[in-house]
Every structure is written in structure tokens, then in C-alpha cells.
Write a new protein. Structure first.
Length: 571
């Protein structure tokens, strides 16, 4: 259900309260309990973390708001940051009306029109609810809605009289519970939340982009309710959880990754889950440059590598932004070639015309199970230009290196914080890639979570290393650092001028440079073009892809000219 969204100026809490009754009631109750009133902050930014005292409300979407509060030390919960989801709620009488509405909807469901998307499902539910309600300033008492006599006589149930405000609340809660995310709707609506952690019946905790770790006012009341919710969610994403299979990984409809541990035996405090949220819009390379995750020079180097078929790994710790970076750099691949992706959980987003997405399939029947090795084998037979593996965790890493040996460039993410640790992990159990195979990998990008200069957290590419080759005398892999990140100046430095093995000995010849060192000028030209895009605020993923499409379909001059006249998409 879409509710009219109004714009309110910072500080206009009264305007928000007059439009949304549930916000007014929340603020009044909070003020009565704590003796202080929150401010309405408006669109959230990094500066919000500097608010002292920290007590602010910001808008999520539709009728949903979040309230962030840090109690003083002498108050209960003092010192920790609390996050409250504010959403419409129903009175006891409205809950009964909702139950009757849901019964009627389920009765009509077999004859309802078919739908293929959640939006169509929501629209269908709204129309069905309108059929069974009528707007009135004097809603009928619940005892008069359905009588035993009407049921005995088989008469049609009359429409339920509700006010406009009740109708809004009913539509929101019915759609929230039947289509969307139920009790987690406010959490999943907050784009500023990154990781959501729920352990048993404890209050749910989250990693917030601005405020760091926060504790919510949301929890499951009993274990039965939690387990029922997790079973329903796992079935909806096509990876049913059970006592015999208590741990599953999957993706929600918005692309967020979820891990469920469904067992008191495995998780001693009760069933638990973690949701790693992803932005609804794919983050572009120019957005990452603007955020200083990387520099335009770093991006230009990666562009040259991907255009020329180099294999790479994006590596770093958990939640360091590896998948975001991987998706952001994919538009650098020639738009006229075939790409295959093979994943356990679908996270890779490709806009190329020739893209085949492959996903593993779990099954109790071994014959119908499709594993990562099967996907990579199928991809190799199709001779794509690039094979993208969402994440290398185990034995499929050896298959990825075999694909590189056959001449197929591979892109993947991996968990390792440095080139040395990466090699150690790949050459040890359970992956066991022979050391001499490592020269099939061309370079690796390393990324970390760091403290942002303005507060909160940020991601930075902390280094890029080229793999030169295997040295049989030393029985080791020769590597060379190309980029470093200075945490004091928050700046990336290119250390590879006139020293890049890939640029001089592989890419220069492929690009037809007679003087192999001319390729450094080409990198500078691309860095300047990318910086122009950033300066013109061309940061929407579709804008970036379409501009690069001009380069691949026409030429550099057309691409460069297009940057200056391009009208950016407004977010």
C-alpha cells in the first residue's frame, strides 16, 4: 500500500504529528515517560551522529518513521543507542476487524485474479479490501458486523464501516503481514541499517550507517512465533528450514542476504537470524568515488583490467562492501560480450545484454541437487567472456582457477584481508589450489570497514596487488602492490607508475600501444573522465552504464562529449 508521502522541514515535528496519528501518539507517550521531546531531523546525514543529546526522528517511507535516542547515563539503558520503529498500529477492535477482513480475503482468494509481482498482489488486496469496507465517520460496532443469524441464513456479509484513518491502518497492517516483512517491516524499510541481528527472544540489534550499533524496540514475544516466522520466511525465499536442516542462506526479495539458524541445539539462546541489507539501487562506480571508497585513478585502473579480460578477486572481511564493489565495476566489462554468473545466493547484478544467471539448487535428492561445481562446468561449456562467482567459500575456488587456466577470466569475492592471507587460504584446506596455478589470477582488490571521518562507518579499498607469477625457486607467488590507502589523509596513492606488470606486459599489447608506457597516459585519461562524471553528479548506476555503453558501442570521443551534456537521473 502506498501512502501519500509529505515533505516536512527539519524541526517540523508538529507537522509530522498532525499528519500521522501514530507518530503523535508515540511522541506524546515518549515525552510523558522521559520528560523530553525528540526533534524531527528530516533526511538523515552523517552529521546526525553529532546531535547532543541524541534524540531525533527521521522518515523511512510511507507512514514509517524511526526514532533514535541515547538515554543519559542515569536513565535505564543509559549510554547505548536505541532505535525505535514507529508504524501504524491497530486497536483491539481494529484487530478484530482485520481478522474478519483476512478471513474474507482468504475465502475469495481462489477466485481472485492471478498476479506475478508483489506490487500486483498488493493492488489486488487493496481492491478486495475496498470491496469489503465502506468509509464512514461513524464506524459500526464490532458486535454488529457479523451476526450468527446471517451466517445461518448464508447471507452475504455486509461491508465493514471504517473511518479513512482506520482504512489506512488496516491496509498497511494487512499488506505488511501478507505480502511484506511482518514485524520486521520498519527495520527493512530503513536504508541506513546494514546488518540486522536477532538472537532468540532478545531485542533485535542492528549496525547503523550513521549511529553504529543500535538496539531496537522490536523482538519476538515467544519462541513459537519466532520459529513460525522463520519457517514462513525460509519457504518464501525457496530454502525451507527445518530441524534436520537448521542452517540456511538465502536472499530476500529486495536482494538482502539472510542467514537463519533454526535450532536450539545449534543456537543455544534460541533460533536466530542475520539480515545483511543491500541498497535497492545498485551502487555505481562514480558513487563509490564520491564516497571515497576508491579514487578515480583506482577505478580507471580496474576499467583497463576488466576491458582487457583480467581475472580478479575482491577480497576483505565480512560486510566490507565486497559485493557492492563487484557490482559497481561490472559495467567496465565490454558491453558486447557474454557474461555468466554462478552463485549460491543471487547478489550479482549485471545489465549487459548477454547475461546468464545461474543459481545453485538444494535438494534432499542428490540427483536433483545443483551445486556450484555444476554451474561452473555449465558456464565453461558456453564459452562466456567472463564468469562471475558471487563468493568463493570452499572447493569451488579450485574450479574457478581451472576456469582461469582455460582462458576464461573470472571475477569473485573472497574473505581475506591481504594478498599473503589470500594465497594461504587458497593453497590450504579446503580449497587446495596448487601454488603454481596462482599466476592465472591477475590482481586482487582489498577492502575494509573503517571509521568515517565525519562519524559512523565507511568502506575503503585499502590496496590493489598484481600477481606477477609463480617463482619455482622460492616456491612462492610474486606480487606487487599498485595502490595504497593513507588512513590519515583518507587518500589513495598509485604506487605502480612504470612498474605495473599487467599494464605494461599484458594490456599495452592488447590495446595496440607501440610504447607500452603510453598505457599510463590512457589510465590518466580514463581517471579524468570518471572524475568529470563525479563532478557533474552522474552517480546513478543506469547513467554510468549508459555512458559506458556509448564508449563500447561508438568511441571515446562520443563518450567524452556525452559526459558534458548528460542530464543525470535525479534520485
Amino acid at each position: 500500500m502506498e501512502v501519500e508521502e509529505l515533505e516536512f522541514a527539519r524541526g517540523d515535528l508538529n507537522g509530522v504529528m498532525s499528519r500521522y496519528d501514530h507518530v503523535r501518539e508515540w511522541v506524546e507517550d515518549f515525552e510523558a515517560k522521559h520528560g523530553t521531546r525528540p526533534m524531527y531531523y528530516g533526511p538523515l546525514d552523517r552529521a546526525a551522529s553529532k546531535q547532543n543529546p541524541l534524540n531525533l526522528i527521521y522518515h523511512l517511507r510511507g507512514p514509517l518513521f524511526a526514532h533514535v535516542y541515547r538515554p543519559p547515563q542515569d536513565e535505564e539503558g543509559g549510554g547505548q543507542t536505541l532505535w525505535f520503529g514507529i508504524e501504524p498500529y491497530l486497536t483491539e477492535e481494529e484487530e478484530m476487524i482485520k481478522q474478519i477482513l483476512v478471513e474474507r480475503l482468504l475465502k475469495e482468494a481462489p477466485n481472485a485474479p492471478s498476479f506475478s509481482t508483489d506490487a500486483e498482489f498488493e493492488s489486488m488486496l487493496e481492491n478486495m479490501m475496498k470491496k469489503h469496507t465502506k468509509i464512514s465517520n461513524t464506524p459500526v460496532a464490532i458486535s454488529e458486523i457479523v451476526t450468527p443469524v446471517r451466517r445461518v441464513l448464508g447471507l452475504n456479509d455486509p461491508p465493514l464501516s471504517v473511518t479513512e484513518q482506520q482504512m489506512e491502518r488496516l491496509q498497511y497492517t494487512v499488506i505488511r503481514d501478507l505480502v511484506r516483512s511482518g514485524p520486521l517491516e520498519t527495520l527493512l524499510s530503513d536504508e541506513m541499517l546494514e546488518d540486522i541481528h536477532a538472537v532468540g527472544l532478545r531485542y533485535i540489534s542492528m549496525d547503523h550507517k550513521v549511529f553504529g550499533m543500535v538496539t531496537s524496540n522490536i523482538r519476538f514475544r515467544d519462541r513459537e512465533m519466532l520459529e513460525r516466522y522463520l519457517r514462513a520466511m525460509s519457504e518464501r525465499i525457496g530454502r525451507p528450514v527445518s530441524d534436520s536442516k537448521p542452517i540456511i542462506d538465502g536472499a530476500l526479495l529486495d536482494g538482502s542476504r539472510i542467514n537463519i539458524i533454526y535450532s536450539d541445539d545449534v543456537s543455544t539462546l534460541g533460533s536466530s537470524f542475520t539480515i545483511r541489507k543491500f541498497a535497492e539501487e545498485t551502487i555505481s562506480i562514480t558513487q563509490l568515488i564520491q564516497w571515497k571508497t576508491m579514487s578515480a585513478e583506482v577505478a580507471a585502473y580496474v576499467w583497463l583490467c576488466l576491458e582487457n579480460g583480467m581475472s580478479l578477486l575482491v577480497s576483505g572481511e565480512t560486510a566490507s562492501g565486497k559485493t557492492t564493489t563487484l557490482n559497481a565495476i561490472l559495467p567496465f566489462i565490454d558491453h558486447n560480450v557474454k557474461i555468466y554468473s554462478a552463485e549460491d545466493t543471487p547478489e550479482v547484478k549485471v545489465r549487459h545484454r548477454l547475461w546468464q544467471r545461474l543459481v545453485t539448487r538444494d535438494s534432499k535428492n542428490e540427483d536433483s541437487r545443483v551445486e556450484m561445481f555444476d554451474l561452473l562446468k555449465a558456464a565453461l561449456r558456453s564459452r562466456p567472456r567472463y564468469i562471475i562467482i558471487g563468493e568463493i567459500r570452499g572447493a569451488e575456488g579450485a574450479t574457478a582457477f581451472q576456469a582461469m587456466q582455460t582462458g576464461h577470466p573470472v571475477i569473485a569475492t573472497f574473505h581475506a584481508s591481504s594478498i599473503v592471507k589470500m594465497i594461504q587460504r587458497f593453497t590450504g584446506d579446503p580449497i587446495n589450489v596448487p601454488m603454481r596455478f596462482f599466476d592465472n589470477l591477475n590482481f586482487a582488490i582489498f577492502q575494509e570497514v573503517v571509521e568515517a571521518p565525519g562519524g559512523g562507518i565507511a568502506r575503503r579499498i585499502t590496496g590493489i596487488d598484481e600477481v606477477i607469477g609463480y617463482n619455482k625457486h622460492a616456491d612462492g607467488v610474486l606480487t606487487r602492490g599498485m595502490f595504497d590507502w593513507d588512513p590519515v589523509r583518507d587518500k589513495h596513492y598509485f604506487r605502480g607508475m612504470f612498474q605495473s606488470h599487467l599494464m605494461e606486459n599484458k594490456m599495452a599489447a592488447l590495446m595496440g600501444f607501440e610504447n607500452k608506457r603510453d598505457i599510463y597516459e590512457e589510465m590518466a585519461r580514463r581517471a579524468e573522465a570518471l572524475q568529470r562524471m563525479v563532478d557533474r553528479n552522474i552517480t546513478h548506476y543506469d547513467d554510468v552504464f549508459d555512458l559506458l555503453d556509448i564508449y563500447y558501442q561508438q568511441d571515446w570521443e562520443a563518450f567524452s562529449n556525452a559526459i558534458d551534456i548528460w542530464v543525470p537521473i535525479e534520485d
